[in-house]
Design a protein around this ligand. Structure first.
Ligand code: PMV
Length: 363
């Protein structure tokens, strides 16, 4: 190649890099106390759900966009242009450019990392899609020069995250959030989650979640298949009634700081989720014998006066929830009675935390 051609090439690259725009967002995972299970067309929930965002378990996602009409779309994931997840993200990308047409003129590289292993029993899709959605929306703001008001930004980001993974819409906010329309909750919506921290009793604002690892094996039932089984579930109507009744009880327990009531309905939710899974077509059993031993021990400890309860997602791991005030007693309980049952004695400690935040204000 001649010197002038090389100079031209460098100039091209330089002008390309000059127009490069990056943004990086961090978002937490969340743990639901009132479970989302089953969905309608358009990734809309069959019933309302309620969760709190975690702190230690989060995803950080950096997006770098370059104007490129020919190679527009998601160009790579963690610098891998053949990453298997790129195929999965394709339908999501189609939705994104439908909502934000401006992005269809850019080639976007994704770099992403989680603070927790895929197999930790923590929903990585929730933090992953929440981080991706907030970063995409921010990128669109930077490229267009139109900045949304904070409340609108989070509402739109929640809706965008929902299309990637339902529970992700709850992760954009910190603390407690509610997703799903309920006539009893003004402002609630099936399209996005809302921040409900204003009504939470101060004693519940710093709940802890110790994840007792029972098995790190790949889930035998994907959540999308699990949700679809609710469409012809014989108990679907009853479940809708139950979830709406529970929502009202959650509101009472959370507002009044009633740990006894919160424990009862949260555990009932977790066991109902598994009962629905077991009574679905195919009859999946996701709990392991050790899950049941842990549940019995947690209940026995509560009867002896320890302020603790459990919840479970669609897997065998047990999330043990307790208030900040109980932290020391719980550490001793886990050490003496629970960790020996966990896989490799593994317990992951987390607590209620912030929602999605921008990492690089100056980029
Ligand atoms: O967001 P999805 O499709 O992975 O579904 C999550 C379902 C549960 O974790 C079982 C319950 C919930 O509300 O998070």
């Amino acid at each position: 190649m001649e010197i002038s051609a090389i100079q031209n090439e460098i100039k091209n690259w330089k002008s390309k890099l000059d127009k490069e725009i990056s943004t990086s967002w961090r978002s937490p995972s969340n743990i639901a106390l009132l479970k989302y299970w089953g969905k309608r067309q358009g990734q809309l929930p069959l019933n309302p759900s309620l969760s709190f965002s975690l702190s230690e378990a989060h995803t950080t996602t950096k997006l770098t966009a370059v104007p490129d009409a020919i190679n527009a779309g998601i160009s790579s994931l963690n610098k891998d242009i053949y990453h298997p997840f790129l195929n999965k993200i394709h339908p999501y990308w189609q939705y994104v450019i439908n909502e934000i047409p401006l992005l269809q003129h850019y080639s976007i590289a994704i770099e992403t990392e989680n603070t927790f292993p895929h197999s930790a029993g923590i929903a990585s899709s929730a933090s992953g899609f929440s981080a991706l959605a907030t970063a995409l929306l921010d990128l669109a703001q930077m490229l267009s020069g139109n900045k949304l008001a904070k409340e609108d930004f989070y509402k739109n980001a929640s809706s965008l995250a929902r299309m990637g993974s339902g529970s992700a819409c709850r992760s954009v906010y910190g603390g407690f959030t509610l997703w799903g329309k309920s006539s009893e909750w003004p402002g609630s919506s099936d399209l996005y989650a809302i921040d409900i921290n204003a009504m939470i009793h101060p004693s519940f604002r710093q709940l802890h979640d110790a994840i007792l690892l029972v098995s790190a094996k790949e889930k035998s039932l994907s959540s999308s298949h699990g949700h679809s089984l609710m469409n012809e579930h014989p108990f679907a109507a009853g479940r809708l009634l139950q979830a709406n009744n529970h929502l009202e009880l959650f509101r009472k327990a959370l507002a009044e700081g009633d740990l006894e009531l919160l424990s009862q309905i949260s555990e009932n939710e977790a066991l109902s989720l598994h009962a629905l899974i077991m009574s679905s077509k195919g009859g999946s059993i996701l709990l392991e014998p050790s899950s049941l031993v842990l549940i019995q021990r947690i209940r026995a400890a509560r009867q002896k006066g320890l302020a603790v309860f459990f919840t479970i997602d669609a897997g065998p791991n047990i999330h043990m929830i307790y208030p900040e005030s109980e932290k020391e007693k719980l550490a001793a309980f886990i050490h003496d009675e629970l960790s020996d049952i966990c896989q490799e004695n593994k317990v992951i400690f987390d607590f209620c935390g912030k929602g999605a935040v921008k990492m690089n204000e100056n980029v």
